[in-house]
Design a protein around this ligand. Structure first.
Ligand code: ZN
Length: 269
């Protein structure tokens, strides 16, 4: 009987302990749950705040789907010599840049060593890489442009290959898809080069183009007329036209997928 009493006592104590453990455990779980909920609410608030911030930034950019962190913009200005815009909205008189011969073509002397280094690096990717064009004077651009118009009118052009004559107005429209009128070509600055494995536009191996394009910013260059950028550049895709903008600017433009025109619009004057 005494032994029985003792066992009842032990069972009762164990039972109380068990209830205590369960109670503490549940309570602890509840506290953890409350804590987790609070944290996740905080996270949600934070991420909402973040996405609002990001939205604001992308609205300030000139095009959608391109988030631009304005705070990380390089310390550059629209008036910097290497960011000069020459395009169909920015016609320039002859700029007379100082010239140096690199790879058989004249380029602005300020970027001669960068062109040489970029060409050398490109040739390591494909030995056929060579310069097709560098600096072009406004006078030369005029001759080139007029020749193209004449070829289009005669049906021997790049767009009109029919052999049939067309009007001058139509010929000009055709030429404007692949050549800029005098004073509107970036080649007038001496800061642009055409570099490819082949002397024919957009006929280079796209894999090679992608590799060259990827290393270009290391030498201060960007492929200016990229796919999907013609609205801001005014020029259709060109696989060979590289523009010097400086290493820091080029890396920023590449990282944010901005054309030179879009990038310059973000900078102070
Ligand atoms: Zn070009």
């Amino acid at each position: 009987m005494r032994k029985n009493k003792k066992s009842y006592f032990i069972i009762a104590v164990l039972f109380v302990l068990l209830v205590l453990v369960i109670f503490l455990g549940v309570n602890n779980n509840r506290r953890q749950l409350e804590k987790a909920t609070k944290e996740s609410l905080n996270d949600t608030a934070l991420s909402t705040k973040k996405s609002t911030h990001q939205k604001k930034e992308s609205i300030s950019s000139s095009s959608t789907n391109r988030s631009v962190e304005a705070s990380n913009l390089p310390d550059a200005h629209q008036s910097d010599w290497n960011l000069i815009l020459v395009n169909k909205w920015n016609k320039r008189a002859e700029l007379n840049p100082p010239l140096t011969l690199v790879g058989g073509k004249e380029v602005n002397s300020k970027i001669a060593s960068d062109v040489a280094a970029f060409l050398e690096a490109a040739q390591k990717i494909d030995p056929a890489e060579h310069l097709i064009s560098g600096y072009r004077s406004v006078t030369y651009q005029k001759q080139l442009y007029n020749n193209y118009v004449a070829q289009e009118m005669a049906g021997q052009g790049t767009v009109n290959r029919t052999g049939k004559a067309i009007s001058e107005a139509q010929a000009v429209l055709n030429v404007n898809t692949y050549s800029m009128p005098p004073g509107m070509s970036e080649h007038n600055t001496g800061l642009a080069i055409d570099m490819s494995t082949i002397d024919s536009l957009n006929d280079s191996n796209p894999e090679v183009v992608a590799k060259i394009m990827a290393i270009a910013p290391n030498y201060g260059f960007v492929l200016h007329f990229q796919k999907g950028m013609s609205a801001s550049t005014g020029v259709d895709y060109e696989d060979w036209h590289y523009r010097y903008v400086g290493v820091e600017n080029a890396k920023y433009m590449m990282a944010h997928h901005l054309s030179l025109e879009e990038y310059v619009a973000l900078l102070p004057k």
